[in-house]
Design a protein around this ligand. Structure first.
Ligand SMILES: O=C[C@H](O)COP(=O)(O)O
Length: 252
C-alpha cells in the first residue's frame, strides 16, 4: 500500500542523549499529527535499541545499512535479522554515501534488498544521479538503471514492502534542493520504470531526499508523486524534523 513516510536518517551522528531527547520530543509531538504520516527514525546501528525504547511503538525505527550476508564471520557487519531482533521495521539500502564511499554497486544493492525483504523489513532503496550525470542529460536513465538492477530480485509478494527514495546526489547536504517540479518529474519517471519491471507502481511510496528543510517540505510533499521525504541534517533538529512531518498534506 502506498504510504506517506517521513524518515530521519541520522547518518553517523547522534548520541544516547540525542536518542533520548530528540526521539522523546518527536514521539510526544507525533501523537498530534493528523495527516497519516509514518514517522521513521534511522539512527546509527549502535543506538537502535535506545531509539526503539524511546519510540515505544509510536514511531518506526530503521537501520541505515545491513550486510548482504545472513550471518557468520563478517566482523563489523550487522544483519537485517539482527535489525528485526532489535525492533526495526525499516532498512535503508543503497544510500549514495554507501555507493560512493563504500563501493556498493547495484548488484550489492539487489542482494541487500533481497535480504532485507526476506527478513520482513521494509526496504527504502535509494537512487539518484550526480550533478555531472544531470548536466549531461542522463539523470532519468541513471535512476532507471539503478531501479531496474537494484530491485531485480524483488518477488511479487514483496512489493508492498518496497519504498524508493529519490535523492539527487548534488542535493544531499548541500542546501541545494531539487525544485518541486523537477522532483515531481523524476518521481513520475520512477513510477513508469517501476511499472516497466512489473511493480504495482501506483502503490509504491516514492520519497524525495536532499536538503529537505522545514521551509521547503510542504511544496515538495504537495506534488502528486512525492509520498514523503528522507531527511538527513534536518532530522537531527527535533523541532525542524517535526515541522517537516507536519508539512505532509492530509488525505493525499
Ligand atoms: O538520507 C538523507 C539524505 O541523504 C538527505 O540528507 P540531507 O537532508 O542532509 O541533504
Amino acid at each position: 500500500m502506498r504510504r506517506k513516510i517521513v524518515a530521519g536518517n541520522w547518518k553517523m551522528n547522534g548520541s544516547k542523549d540525542l536518542a533520548e531527547k530528540l526521539v522523546g520530543y518527536v514521539r510526544s509531538e507525533a501523537g498530534s499529527l493528523d495527516n497519516g504520516v509514518e514517522v521513521v527514525i534511522i539512527p546509527p546501528a549502535i543506538y537502535i535499541s535506545d531509539v526503539v525504547a524511546q519510540a515505544a511503538g509510536d514511531l518506526a525505527v530503521g537501520v541505515q545499512n545491513v550486510s548482504g550476508w545472513q550471518a557468520g564471520a563478517y566482523t563489523g557487519e550487522v544483519s537485517s535479522g539482527m535489525a528485526v531482533d532489535q525492533g526495526c521495521g525499516y532498512a535503508l539500502v543503497g544510500h549514495s554515501e554507501r555507493r560512493q564511499l563504500f563501493g556498493e554497486t547495484d548488484e550489492v544493492v539487489a542482494d541487500k534488498v533481497a535480504r532485507v525483504l526476506g527478513d520482513g523489513l521494509v526496504a527504502i532503496v535509494c537512487v539518484g544521479e550526480t550533478l555531472e550525470q544531470r548536466e549531461a542529460g542522463d539523470a532519468e536513465a541513471v535512476v532507471a538503471a539503478q531501479i531496474e538492477r537494484g530491485l531485480a530480485k524483488v518477488e511479487v509478494s514483496q512489493w508492498e514492502r518496497v519504498v524508493v527514495a529519490y535523492e539527487p546526489v548534488w542535493a544531499i547536504g548541500t542546501g541545494k534542493t531539487a525544485t518541486s517540479e523537477d522532483a515531481q518529474a523524476m518521481h513520475a519517471s520512477i513510477r513508469k520504470v517501476l511499472e516497466g519491471i512489473g511493480a504495482p507502481s501506483k502503490d509504491v511510496s516514492v520519497l524525495y531526499g536532499g536538503s529537505v528543510k522545514a521551509d521547503n517540505a510542504a511544496a515538495l510533499f504537495a506534488e502528486p508523486d512525492i509520498d514523503g521525504g528522507l531527511i538527513g541534517g534536518a532530522s537531527l533538529i527535533a523541532e525542524d524534523f517535526v515541522s517537516i512531518c507536519r508539512a505532509m498534506p492530509a488525505g493525499s
